[in-house]
Design a protein around this ligand. Structure first.
Ligand code: SF4
Ligand code: SF4
Length: 76
């Protein structure tokens, strides 16, 4: 898997996409660890029973910049 930098810029971009995602809201992922940048840090600790709705990752600038191909990084 491509290495995604845990930079402030990438965290900011992620906040705009994960942060507005219905899956993020439905599973209160903000209160888990990690709470953003799952494509770099791995899935959320709250992902065990996560209800998947939609995923904004394919629309995110980090996704295109690093040529990522996956989605739902918060749960897998
Ligand atoms: S990884 Fe995808 S599904 Fe999970 S919170 Fe981020 S945008 Fe939503
Ligand atoms: S690809 Fe998904 S997890 Fe990674 S920065 Fe974008 S929205 Fe966040």
């Amino acid at each position: 898997m491509t290495h995604v930098d845990e930079s402030v810029a990438n965290l900011d971009i992620c906040g705009r996409f994960c942060g507005t995602c219905p899956t993020y809201a439905a599973n209160h992922l903000k209160s888990g660890e990690p709470n953003r940048l799952f494509c770099a840090r791995g899935k959320s600790g709250k992902s065990v029973d996560a209800e998947t709705k939609d995923c904004n990752c394919p629309k995110c600038g980090v996704h295109s910049r690093y040529k990522l191909t996956g989605d739902f990084y918060c749960v897998k």
